[in-house]
Design a protein around this ligand. Structure first.
Ligand code: ADP
Length: 332
């Protein structure tokens, strides 16, 4: 991982602050993205994700802090000279240009000769699986195809940093899974730095090597993806990832969404079990969710993969929740 070394490579954001009027949208943000690295900034709506992308792109002036690439301060470098590509969430395609016209846009802005513009446009479309689509109107494309055109447009000028705002955002489930594979292959092909933002933790974990969790304009956790998932650093991160945060097991713990087994029988009392009464239940595709009350009066919402009995318990049923080994993380 180039970003972990002391050498100045790739993107480095230091102590970044952005204010809108008096309101602080981002504060004290440190972030690095090395060449070949895919970093996801994950946070709820309003946490500052778009502001961060805009500040890195040069579209939003920071009120404090620095944005550098390979050690060069970009303060006075305008957006179009940063060699960063930005793909917006809503694609923002030009509706009156055809597919090729959209992809070629950034290349024309760079003033490349038209033969090269044509060649690079075709190569870009081929890279996203849209070879031969150049003359189509973007208005007649499906959502997934538009997404690919937007991606080809962002990639065509060969940006050293590719920034993506909710790249899988509006796509349906099947298309998302397909695009995840394609994006990962595309990211892996070159030593390009990739910074994506999303509110969807599945999207972040599916695409990124490293995940930076943003909360109210500050970094809450910055770790490799598997560490964020297995060891959330705070109750906020744990809840955001769908963990149940509870004191029902003695200390304050975060329990993975699939980390509890329900049993209707009163289980043996122990540190890994807690007696509960079912308050409510909802069916999901491959599991059910229970809202349960503990003897201590705490309410827990838990995802339960049924261990045996096909029927979910009805409200009022007493039972036991048992912790799956390794599914709980102690919070400090
Ligand atoms: P996210 O992308 O995570 O939803 P944003 O970066 O859009 O978050 O917003 C972060 C905070 O800054 C929010 O409180 C939002 O209301 C505020 N904000 C964003 N853009 C502007 C703006 N142009 N003017 C004033 N406040 C803004």
């Amino acid at each position: 991982m180039a970003a972990a070394t002391g050498a100045a490579t790739g993107l480095e954001v230091r102590d970044l602050e952005v204010r809108y009027g008096g309101a602080v949208a981002l504060a004290g943000i440190d972030l690095r993205v090395g060449p070949g690295e895919v970093v996801a900034v994950l946070g709820p709506s309003g946490s500052g994700k778009s502001t961060l992308l805009r500040a890195v792109a040069g579209l939003e002036p920071p009120t404090a802090g620095t944005v550098t690439w390979a050690g060069e301060d970009l303060r006075r470098v305008p957006p179009h000279l940063r060699r960063f590509g930005l793909m917006f969430q809503d694609h923002a395609l030009f509706p009156h240009r055809d597919v090729a016209g959209n992809v070629a846009f950034g290349l024309r802005v760079q003033g490349l000769p038209s033969a090269e513009v044509r060649a690079r446009t075709e190569a870009g479309l081929a890279a996203v699986g849209l070879a031969g689509f150049g003359a189509r109107s973007v208005r007649e494309l499906s959502g997934g195809e538009q997404q690919r055109v937007a991606l080809a447009r962002a990639l065509a000028p060969e940006p050293r940093l590719l920034m993506l705002d909710e790249p899988l955002g509006a796509l349906d489930r099947a298309l998302r899974e397909h695009l995840v594979d394609e994006l990962r292959a595309l990211f892996a092909r070159r030593e390009r730095a990739v910074l994506l933002v999303t509110h969807d933790h599945e999207e972040a974990f599916a695409l990124a090597d490293r995940v930076v969790v943003l909360h109210a304009g500050r970094v809450e956790q910055d770790d490799d993806a598997s560490t964020v998932w297995s060891r959330p650093a705070s109750a906020f991160v744990a809840r955001f990832l769908g963990y149940n945060v509870t004191t029902a097991f003695g200390t304050r713990v975060a329990v993975r969404p699939d980390g509890l087994v329900w049993s209707a029988a009163p289980g043996p009392a122990g540190p890994d079990t807690v007696a509960v009464t079912v308050a409510d239940r909802t069916f999901r595709r491959d599991h059910f969710r229970l809202r349960v009350a503990t003897a201590a009066g705490e309410t827990l919402d838990v995802a339960v993969r049924d261990a045996g009995s096909p029927a979910a318990p009805t409200p009022g049923t007493p039972g036991t929740l048992t912790l799956v080994p390794g599914a709980a993380v102690a919070l400090t």
